[in-house]
Structure formats: C-alpha cells, structure tokens
Design a protein around this ligand. Structure first.
Ligand SMILES: *Cc1c(COP(=O)(O)O)cnc(C)c1O
Length: 380
C-alpha cells in the first residue's frame, strides 16, 4: 500500500513549549526556500536583527539567531565566553540552571554552583558568599525557570557581576517576548533564547545577543572556540556584510522568525506583556475555582507559565494523556524531583489568549470532576 503523507493531529499547545504558531508565521515558514547567500535574504536577516534588538532591549551589534533550539543558544553563548580554567558561577533554581552548569563544565570551566530550592528564586547573597575569594569571570542565571515557573529578578545579578568584574549571562529561553528583559539596562553580556516559546514560531533557531564587552572577551581568547558551528567570530562573518559562507542556515526558519518578531513589535511590547499577565491571572483564577493551587508564590510567578500542584490522589500521566487525546490539549508535567507532582501550563506568545485559558480550565475541570464522581461512587 502506498505510504500516506503525515497529517499532524490538532493540538492546542499549552505546555512549556512549543507554543501555538500563528497562522501568518506558518504561512511564512512554507514560502519557497531561497539560498542562504541570497541578497534578499540578507535584507530580511538585517530586519530580524533589528527586531530582536528591540525585543531584547539592546543596542548590541552582535545580535543574531543561531541554528538550533534554545540549548544551542545556551551553548553558543557559553562556549564563546568561557575558556578552559575560567571560574564560572552558576546560580540554579531548577532544571535549566543545572543544564547551564553542565555545559560550562564541558567548556572546561571551574564551576561554582549555587543551588536554590526548586520553587524559589536564586539568591544573589548566597552567590556572593560562594564567590568569595574566587576569581569568577562569568556569572549565569535563568530569567524564567520553566521547570518550576519561577521568575528571577535580574538587577541584583548585574550588581553582583560588576562587583566580581565578571560577565553576566542570562537564559531568556522562556522570557523573550513574554517578559521585559532590558538587556542593556540590566548589564547583560550574553543572552540566549529560542523561537518556539514566547516568540511562537517553530523550534529551530536560537536568538542570542553579546554585549561589546562580551565580544571583546571573545576576541581576546587565548584558545580557539572549540565549536566551529557556534563560533561567534565565524557566525558574524556570515551575519555581517559582506556575508561569507559559514553554514547553510534555513531560509524558511528565518522567514518564520521574521514574521514572528514582526508580530511582536506590531502588537507592541508592553501590550504583549500585559496580555500575558491578564491571561495568566484569568487562568489562575479558574484553576483556583477547580481547587488547584499554584506551586509558586504570586511575587515569583511567571505570567507565561503557570505551575500547579497535581492534587493528591490524581494520576498525573493518565490525566494528561486524556487531556491530550480527548481534549486535544497539551500541558507539561513536572521534571526531575517534581515528576508527577506538577502541571506546567504555558499560555505563551500566540497561545496567551483568554479562550485558551478557559478551554484548558474547562477540560481540567471535566477530567477532575469525572474522577471525583468515581471517587464518591466508590465511597458509597
Ligand atoms: C526550553 C528551555 C531551554 C531549552 O530549550 P530547547 O529549545 O529545548 O533546547 C533552556 N532554558 C529554559 C529556561 C527553557 O525553558
């Protein structure tokens, strides 16, 4: 029998990413492919860089998109800015902070890791104490920790990095397009994100930005960057005029990012941030009506990702499977120690919409209701 083309199921993506892709972004992605050295593509790339600067809140010349997902962006920043033997301070408060520490170690860094409990934010005072007496050349922290739903204040980390005379690096994989970042105002030297969360394109590119101070650090390296693919100097030879060949970047993914960032700026950053705030508050209120309780205190809550405790006696996997197969809604489960204990509901980018919040809460209510009825029948 002839093989049929694959038709993806209809899903409402309300997990920690990917988020729903706007129709105009999907259309952009499917436009005819052009060469990676086409002058018209370079014009679109210049616009993408300008858009990314506006969304990051930076004037950084070295702002571009790396081929790969958020983790590629993380590796790109770390492998360019870390040399073997460098002291690196990583503040972790969840799964992704731990990933930064792992990559820094692979870059040959002497890593000092300061772990905050999952569900709390990282503590700059604890980090300051841990750095005492050490030569720290780079400090890294996660802005929006997607494993727990915790938001990290950036200002204290800028102060700490300046005190230590270190570069400040920030994971903005889930915050770009959902939360103000203000790279320049926060003294951030290296930052990475992705295209499939707050920007609502497909996975495949990782926006990154390097401050002039960071570019200086790369230029002054004693050793070559161990990754050819992610070497900033080589990437800039492609992204900057006269645009030499480095690798065959996907023109289609660039069309998607062009449209996604255009949509962000058309909406306006503050309107977009307010929309995320409004929708997540609406969702949280509905979740509370169902008897669900948030995992993090209000002041640490991420507007783009709500984490809820799985109620006592509910089978996490079974419920999420029914949510997906019967209601077409994807949400995330807990990672690591929070496996089976947490639901992660992303209302991000194009998905941050009151109707999605209502649809998700109604489906959760129906599934939890079924269960409590079964419970009471059994109890009789
Ligand atoms: C999703 C995520 C990553 C990893 O991104 P990928 O696109 O899966 O490679 C890194 N950090 C944070 C905070 C994330 O949410």
């Amino acid at each position: 029998m002839a093989q049929q083309p694959f038709t993806p199921p209809e899903r409402l993506l309300l997990g920690p990413g990917p988020s729903p892709v706007a129709p105009s972004v999907l259309r952009a992605l499917s436009l005819p492919t052009v060469g990676h050295l086409d002058p018209e593509l370079f014009a679109a790339m210049d616009q993408i860089r300008a858009n990314l600067r506006a969304i990051f809140g930076t004037q950084n010349a070295a702002t571009l998109a790396v081929s790969g997902t958020g983790t590629a962006g993380m590796e790109a920043v770390l492998c360019n800015l870390i040399e073997p033997g460098d002291g690196v301070l990583v503040a972790t408060h969840g799964y992704f902070g731990a990933r930064i520490a792992q990559i820094a170690e692979r870059c040959g860094a002497q890593v000092t890791r300061v772990d905050a409990p999952w569900g709390a934010a990282s503590d700059p005072q604890a980090a300051r104490a841990a750095a005492h007496g050490k030569r720290i050349r780079l400090v890294a922290v996660v802005h929006a920790e997607t494993s727990t739903g915790v938001r990290q204040e950036l200002a204290p980390w800028n102060a700490l990095a300046r005190e230590l005379d270190a570069l400040l690096c920030v994971d903005a994989v889930t915050s770009l397009g959902c939360l103000p970042i203000e790279v320049d105002a926060h003294g951030i030297d290296g930052i990475w994100s992705c295209t499939q969360k707050g920007l609502s394109s497909t996975p495949g590119l990782a926006p990154v930005s390097f401050s002039p101070r960071a570019v200086e650090r790369v230029r002054a390296r004693r050793s070559a960057v161990q990754s050819f693919y992610l070497d900033l100097g080589l990437l800039l030879e492609f992204w900057d005029a006269p645009h030499g060949y480095h690798h065959t970047i996907s023109s289609n993914l660039l069309y998607g990012l062009h449209e996604a960032t255009r949509l962000v700026l058309e909406e306006g950053l503050s309107a977009r941030f307010q929309r995320h705030e409004r929708v997540s508050r609406a969702f949280l209120a509905l979740a509370r009506e169902l008897g669900l309780s948030p995992f993090v205190p209000d002041e640490l809550r991420l507007p783009q990702l709500t984490t809820l405790r799985v109620p006592e006696g509910v089978d996490d996997l079974a419920l999420r499977k029914r949510l997906l197969l019967e209601h077409g809604i994807e949400i995330g489960g807990g990672l690591g120690a929070l496996k089976g204990k947490l639901w992660r509901v992303g209302l991000m980018g194009h998905g941050a919409d009151e109707r999605n919040a209502q649809r998700c809460a109604a489906a959760l209510g129906a599934l939890l209701g079924t269960r409590s009825e079964a419970h009471s029948v059994r109890g009789q």
